[in-house]
Design a protein around this ligand. Structure first.
Ligand code: NAI
Ligand code: MG
Length: 348
């Protein structure tokens, strides 16, 4: 008899360095939570790239296009040109699969992990929505009179009516209370004007949601002053990248921050910890797998299994509160021991 629904195909791309250590822990935890997915790991990494010159070989690409979701580690290796390799793997996946929403939640699971002195400023549970397919990251521009003292370097900031509209619209769809739009329209007047116009127009369609606008510099200040004031922040590619590193630190640092790259219409998704390959600590069992595990929980939620996602998040929270964590969060467990501690809570 055929099963009612085919098993979900999850493409697993640990890639390099810390990614190779944290992704297996995320898979371990999903299995402990009862996820019945068909996990398939692919050889996308710096060794493969150096061997073939292709960041993602064509055969693998066609599989990735068909996958229900992608669980991703981190890319980067001192032996290869980082910019070309990163563009060929991560930016290609984001751009060509049109994963235009970059979800970067920041939730504080244990007070102990917050650098904020005042207790009432620690109830942090916010979501940064970063536009993921345009802005300064499209790689348009050039260098004129390169290498001379007259050199001119131009990096274009691409903002389209469609791109700006759809990310702002998504923010209103997921917010329950308030959407804060962040830009720098006082200085970047052309792109800023488009963002302002689209923002005001889309907001009119959601009269039950409160709206607020902040310039990015003020937003950085407010995030440190009192992050509990925010629910959903929507912004462009560059500002979202920077502000989400700031919020990662507010909840315990790089090791813990998760992210999702999704297209709400096609339902495609790629889920990855915010951190990179952590070459300074990789390979020694010191890397924190919580960012990857929480990214897996976001993937499970995206695939429609809300209860399982909440169970994984709850298991992470309880392990953190019990101090069962890696060195960066003040604990003494290894990468795989943290995975075991979270998995055990799901089985018990
Ligand atoms: P990074 O995120 O790898 O490391 C920054 C700092 O955070 C380091 O001190 C590292 O030890 C620490 N850290 C990172 N992940 C951690 C974890 N899971 N547990 C505990 N500590 C952790 O960023 P960095 O050093 O700027 O870049 C290293 C390499 O990673 C480069 O090749 C870069 O291009 C690549 N990279 C890749 C990203 C991706 O695949 N999405 C994102 C950022 C960087
Ligand atoms: Mg970043």
């Amino acid at each position: 008899m055929r099963p009612a629904r085919a098993r979900r195909h999850i493409a697993v791309l640990p890639c390099d360095g810390a990614g190779k250590e944290v992704v297996p822990e995320a898979v371990k935890v999903m299995k402990a939570a009862g996820a019945d997915y068909d996990f398939q790991e692919y050889d996308v990494n710096a060794d493969q790239y150096m061997r073939t010159g292709e960041p993602i070989p064509a055969q693998i690409w066609s599989d990735l296009e068909k996958a229900d979701s992608i669980l991703f580690g981190a890319v980067g290796d001192p032996r290869v040109n980082d910019a070309a390799y990163l563009a060929g793997v991560l930016l290609r996946l984001r751009f060509e699969l049109d994963l235009y929403v970059n979800l970067r939640p920041a939730k504080l699971y244990d007070d102990r992990l917050s650098p904020l002195r005042k207790e009432e400023r620690r109830k942090i549970d916010l979501l940064i929505l970063r536009e993921n397919t345009e802005g300064l990251y499209v790689g348009m521009g050039g260098r004129f009179k390169k290498g001379t003292e007259e050199e001119v370097a131009i990096q274009e900031d691409v903002n389209t009516y469609l791109g700006v509209t759809r990310i702002i619209d998504y923010a209103f769809k997921v917010a329950e209370r308030e959407v804060v739009m962040v830009d720098k329209s006082n200085a970047m007047t052309y792109a800023g004007a488009l963002w302002q116009e689209r923002w005001k127009e889309v907001a009119r369609r959601y009269p039950h949601i409160k709206t607020r606008h902040l310039y990015v510099d003020a937003a950085a200040m407010q995030l440190v002053r009192d992050p509990t004031q925010f629910e959903v922040i929507v912004t462009g590619n560059l500002f979202g990248d920077i502000l989400s590193d700031l919020t990662a630190e507010l909840i315990g640092g790089m090791g813990i921050a998760p992210s999702g790259n999704v297209n709400p219409e096609t339902k495609r998704g790629l889920f990855e910890p915010v951190h990179g390959t952590a070459p300074d600590i990789a390979g020694k069992g010191l890397v924190n797998p919580i960012g990857a595990i929480l990214s897996a929980s976001m993937m499970v939620r995206h695939l429609g299994q809300q209860e399982m996602a909440s169970a994984i998040e709850g298991a992470v929270e309880s392990a953190l509160r019990a101090g069962e964590c890696t060195r960066d969060l003040g604990g003494s467990l290894s990468t795989s021991e943290v995975g075991d501690a979270v998995a055990k809570r799901l089985r018990d």
